[in-house]
Design a protein around this ligand. Structure first.
Ligand SMILES: [Zn+2]
Ligand SMILES: [Zn+2]
Length: 549
């Protein structure tokens, strides 16, 4: 092995490339790999897949696209590490329609009894798929399909069952002394009795660590089904004494990961910081010095947070891809992952309008419709934009997201389109597909407003004037305000003027705001009125304040 060791924190950092994926692609090409180049990601299908898992798919996707663009054939493989053991019962599960449910709604007792077994040997708690593992792998597959990323899913359990791991398992066991020696540099619990194989008990089906003897000539591992420490709990073994073949169990993760690299011929794999500190250094060493294979080009990505908090299935701070796509176009979601993977970022549903605004700018920079801030912004848009859309189409139409949210306050599709046209957000000559695409964003922005109960989560009474009586002073104040709005002012100015007008006419400020909410929403409350009015079409607001229409 003559390859230099790559630092996963450095790969992809080169400042010579505008897009990080190109700098990773450079590192992959420097290895002179044979086509097809293989890019891998993977997770245990342990519970509700969320957007954090998408780092494993999207980071690989952009590198795959960069390499494809350079003429390479690329396979993007995603392993469901589904032979892993269920270590604890998750608090939340999701059915195949993404309904997240608590344990009370499934047979949680069955899950508890199955602790310690591989995910693929546990019944699907929803009863719709072959196993627990298959169920959550299906959700991951569905997520990738929704985003429109073509990933080849591979089941680890199937690789074992098909004998794909057998040769490398034998090699690890033949070299058990070296395996122990290498691993002991990274893990404390590795002593001379350590065996790098986890048999599956033929009696109870649990994965056990109580290996008593390895007979490689016979291809057998003898074991006692012993207790297993899993985090802060103990999974009890059944005490059975049995014999496993080399396919009747699995390699420990620290060996399994490098073994996957060998079996699948992996050239590049991105991973999170947990692996960067843990199984990457040992895996890289094991690949070179136990398996005699080259490890792939590595890259660390930063975890992102959700609303400023760590994503966590167990605490419920998660958002699924399905939920994200109710409020964002897939291309906007993909765009999120074009950003530098080394920077910690927050995904905020509450502020998703800013992400969409960034994307819209990225798109206009690509089409040369606005001046880029600098050469880097231009180069990044030129390179990455074609990878986030199916096909760049210059005559696409985007309604600004918060304006789309305003349009979402009315249910009438015709009215939405009328206002958007009147406000100049849909050009007269826009083709029908572009108009449809633009208006589809209104529905997403509407979902966003509902989900966050934000200032757009109101129903604008657009079609007819709500029934309302005002005293003379209030009526005069409304007329004044209408004149002010007709002059054309921004939201802040209108907000200030609402206070001033009320004062001038000796109308209680609270009651004056209530009059506005009555006229617009037939309600006593609503969004911050000045900025909101500024976002509506002026004609409508002026007429409404004058109680004319
Ligand atoms: Zn299922
Ligand atoms: Zn057992």
């Amino acid at each position: 092995m003559t390859e230099t060791v790559l630092d996963p924190y450095e790969v992809g950092r080169s400042s010579e490339r505008a897009f990080w994926a190109d700098s990773v692609a450079d590192a992959v090409e420097a290895r002179d790999p044979e086509d097809p180049i293989v890019i891998k990601g993977g997770v245990s299908p342990s519970g509700v897949p969320h957007i954090g898992h998408f780092n494993e798919i999207m980071r690989g996707y952009f590198v795959a696209e960069a390499l494809r663009d350079r003429g390479h054939e690329v396979r993007q493989v995603f392993t469901a590490d589904d032979k892993d053991r269920l270590r604890k019962v998750p608090r939340k599960l999701a059915d195949l329609d993404w309904n997240v449910v608590g344990l009370g709604e499934v047979d949680a007792g069955a899950l508890g009894r199955n602790l310690g077994k591989p995910y693929t040997d546990i019944p699907d708690p929803f009863g719709c798929c072959e196993s627990y593992g298959a169920h959550f792998t299906n959700l991951l597959k569905k997520s990738a399909e929704l985003v429109g990323v073509d990933v080849e899913f591979v089941s680890n359990t199937e690789l074992y069952a098909d004998g794909e791991f057998e040769a490398v398992t034998r090699r690890v066991l033949e070299r058990a002394d070296r395996a122990r020696e290498v691993l002991s540099e990274y893990q404390n619990k590795v002593d001379e009795d350590y065996v790098p194989f986890v048999p599956q008990c033929e009696a109870c089906g649990k994965l056990t660590e109580g290996v008593t003897e390895v007979d490689l000539d016979a291809g057998e591992v003898h074991y006692v089904c012993a207790d297993v420490e899993a985090g802060d709990q103990t999974i009890e073994g059944c005490g059975h004494e049995g014999v496993a073949g080399l396919r009747d169990g699995k390699l420990p993760w620290r060996f399994e990961w490098p073994a996957q690299w060998e079996i699948l011929g992996v050239d590049f794999e991105p991973f999170g910081k947990d692996h960067a500190e843990g199984s990457w250094p040992s895996g890289e060493d094991i690949a070179r010095n136990v398996l005699d294979v080259d490890p792939p080009v590595p890259m660390v990505y930063e975890w992102f947070t959700l609303e400023g908090e760590p994503l966590s299935s167990s605490s419920g701070n998660v958002v699924t891809v399905d939920e994200v796509l109710e409020i964002l176009e897939p291309e906007v979601f993909k765009y999120f992952f074009t950003k530098n993977p080394r920077k910690q970022r927050d995904f905020s549903v509450a502020n998703v309008d800013r992400l969409v605004d960034d994307f819209d700018r990225f798109e206009t920079v690509y089409f040369g419709e606005v001046d880029p801030r600098d050469e880097t912004e231009k180069a990044l848009a030129e390179r990455a934009y074609p990878m986030v859309v199916d096909e760049p189409r210059e005559d696409r139409v985007r309604i600004p997201y918060t304006f789309a949210a305003v349009l979402g306050m009315t249910d009438d599709p015709g009215l939405r389109e009328d206002i958007a046209r009147k406000e100049g957000h849909i050009p007269d000559d826009a083709p029908e597909w572009a108009v449809d695409g633009a208006l589809a964003r209104v529905e997403r922005a509407r979902n966003w407003a509902r989900r966050t109960s934000n200032e757009f989560d109101y129903e604008l009474k657009r079609a007819e004037l709500p029934d309302a009586e005002f005293d003379d002073a209030t009526a005069a104040a409304l007329d004044d305000l209408a004149d002010f709005v007709a002059e054309g002012h921004d939201g802040e100015a209108i907000q200030g003027e609402i206070y001033e007008t009320a004062k001038r006419h000796d109308v209680d400020v609270g009651e004056f705001f209530a009059a506005g909410y009555r006229l617009l929403f037939d309600d006593t409350e609503g969004p911050q009125l000045g900025p909101f009015i500024a976002k509506l079409d002026r004609d409508f607001v002026v007429k409404r304040l004058r109680r004319e229409a």
